[in-house]
Design a protein around this ligand. Structure first.
Ligand SMILES: [Zn+2]
Length: 102
C-alpha cells in the first residue's frame, strides 16, 4: 500500500494503533514527517521512526503489552478497554503502509 494513495480520512488514521482522528497527517505530500503525536498511542512521526528507529509494529506490540494506555488522557473515550482497543486496531489494516525509513 502506498501512502500517496490514501484518502484524507485514511490519512487521519494512526498506522500504529488505528486511532482515526490524528490532529495532523503523519507525513506530508513529499513524505516528510510532520512530527504529529498520536493522541492515543503517543507515536511521534519523524521522531519514533526516524530518530529512534522504532517501526510501527514494534511500537504497537510494546504499547499493547504495556497496557495500551491513552497518551492524551482528555482524548480518551469514556469506555476504553481491550475490546475497544482491538476494534480500533482493525483500522490499521486500512492504512497498512511502512514508515519512509523503516
Ligand atoms: Zn496511534
Amino acid at each position: 500500500m502506498d501512502y500517496k494513495d490514501l484518502t484524507k480520512e485514511e490519512l487521519k488514521i494512526c498506522p500504529v494503533c488505528g486511532y482515526d482522528d490524528l490532529p495532523e497527517v503523519p507525513y506530508d505530500s513529499y513524505g516528510f514527517p510532520t512530527y504529529v503525536i498520536c493522541p492515543c498511542c503517543g507515536y511521534e512521526f519523524g521522531f519514533d521512526d526516524e530518530s529512534k528507529g522504532i517501526s510501527f509494529s514494534e511500537y504497537r506490540d510494546n504499547w499493547i503489552s504495556n497496557g495500551f494506555r491513552f497518551f492524551i488522557k482528555k482524548k480518551k473515550p469514556k469506555v476504553w478497554g481491550e475490546a475497544e482497543m482491538q476494534r480500533q486496531l482493525d483500522n490499521v489494516k486500512k492504512v497498512n503502509y511502512k514508515s519512509r525509513i523503516l
